[in-house]
Design a protein around this ligand. Structure first.
Ligand code: ADE
Length: 269
């Protein structure tokens, strides 16, 4: 029990003691009533579980590709709030021999090079040592099509993520024994797994508690399916731009009519 205040501190959560036996959480303004010592401890532990930082470890040959995307805007704020922590594991550090070799030619012939299994597995094992419960994700055009429901599941899970970024013409198939999920982020082929890794990370982090505020957490809790409406057109000032007006209904103030219009103009996923 004496460990709990320390755990709360590492999660960046601060509680302030106040009068009348209430404790207030500095990050979410949640309040906890001091009935007796055990009750407080249970409630704080529950809160700590909810606000635990998500660890995302990325195994890549090009760690320099990530900071521009992951250290900006909302994803930067999410790190600042300690909702997420990104770690980059450079696959080259696990390369074989003096030239730190990570790739080789395919058996049976063919163009291009494949990532060798030994460096990748050593990198995954190091990431697992850092976060033993983490799920290992492999972006690949041969994977399951990645959808919002996957992002929700990954965000809601109480474990971290290890994302492998393949390069060259692919990887030795035997690495898939160490992989929990294989995702394809669209029907096209990219030069590597770095962009898919950023997309997966972005889609997960925006759903973490406290990152976007109430909206995204409500989205996690709801049972919205992938094929439900996800988007409708939106407008801001000015009311008329280069002769094109904002639809009347949106400035009417009639909430029911606005909701109807948005539903009618929503795209299907
Ligand atoms: N690697 C290359 N193309 C990809 C795609 N469409 N999805 C996931 N990983 C990839």
């Amino acid at each position: 029990m004496s460990k709990i205040p320390y755990a709360l501190n590492t999660a960046g959560v601060q509680f302030t003691n106040s009068s009348y036996g209430w404790f207030f959480c500095a990050c979410c303004r949640g309040r906890f009533y001091k009935v007796n010592y055990n009750t407080i401890v249970l409630q704080l532990q529950h809160h700590y579980n909810e606000t635990q930082m998500k660890k995302i470890q990325i195994i890549t040959l090009f760690p320099e590709m990530f900071p521009g995307v992951l250290n900006a805007s909302m994803l930067w704020k999410a790190q600042d709030k300690q909702a997420v922590e990104f770690t980059y594991i450079n696959l080259r550090d696990f390369g074989l021999g003096p030239r730190k070799q990570v790739d080789d030619t395919p058996y049976g012939g063919g163009d291009g090079m494949l990532l060798k299994p030994e460096p990748l597995i050593a990198a995954i094992e190091q990431a697992k040592q850092n976060d033993p419960g983490a799920l290992v994700l492999l972006p690949t055009p041969r994977g399951t099509v990645y959808k919002q429901s996957h992002a929700k599941e990954l965000a809601a899970a109480d474990h971290g993520l290890i994302i492998i970024c393949p390069r060259y013409e692919g990887y030795d198939e035997r690495i898939t024994k160490w992989v929990d999920r294989q995702y394809c982020i669209g029907s096209y082929v990219l030069t590597g797994g770095e962009l898919p890794a950023m997309i997966i990370a972005d889609s997960v982090v925006r759903l973490l508690p406290g990152v976007l505020g109430g909206e995204a957490s409500a989205e996690i809790e709801s049972f919205q399916q992938d094929d439900q409406s996800i988007e409708f057109p939106q407008y801001t000032r000015p009311e008329v731009f280069q002769g094109v007006p904002v639809p009347d209904v949106l400035i009417s103030g009639h909430h029911a009519e606005i909701a109807k219009w948005r539903a009618a103009h929503s795209k299907k996923a």
